[in-house]
Ligand binder design. Structure first.
Ligand code: ZN
Length: 102
């Protein structure tokens, strides 16, 4: 039996969500295996950007809201390495892994 070889290497896309909570939440819901990079716009917060699993409830809790419209934006991908590399490229900082979900 041959294995499916449809896995794309190095070609995973990274989605960017800015002032678009609905699209962001849709992505989180449809990619439970994905990862979310929480990025502060000013790139000033210690330990940020921080990468979480999409399943970390804090990142999509209806009680919190305002995920992409305040001081933070989100980058999402199903490929952790691609997401880390992209965030480092965009922010000039190495992303921290969430201590709770990663
Ligand atoms: Zn987390």
């Amino acid at each position: 039996m041959s294995r499916a070889s449809g896995k794309h290497r190095g070609a995973a896309s990274v989605e960017f969500f800015d002032v678009d909570d609905q699209s962001y939440l849709d992505w989180v819901q449809s990619h439970p295996e994905g990862y979310i990079a929480n990025v502060d716009r000013m790139v000033k917060v210690p330990d940020y950007p921080m990468i979480h699993r999409a399943t970390h409830g804090l990142l999509s809790s209806a009680k919190i809201g305002n995920f992409t419209a305040g001081d933070y934006v989100k980058y999402c991908s199903t490929d952790l390495d691609a997401l880390r590399a992209w965030v480092e490229f965009v922010c000039g900082r190495v992303a921290t892994r969430c201590g709770q979900c990663m």
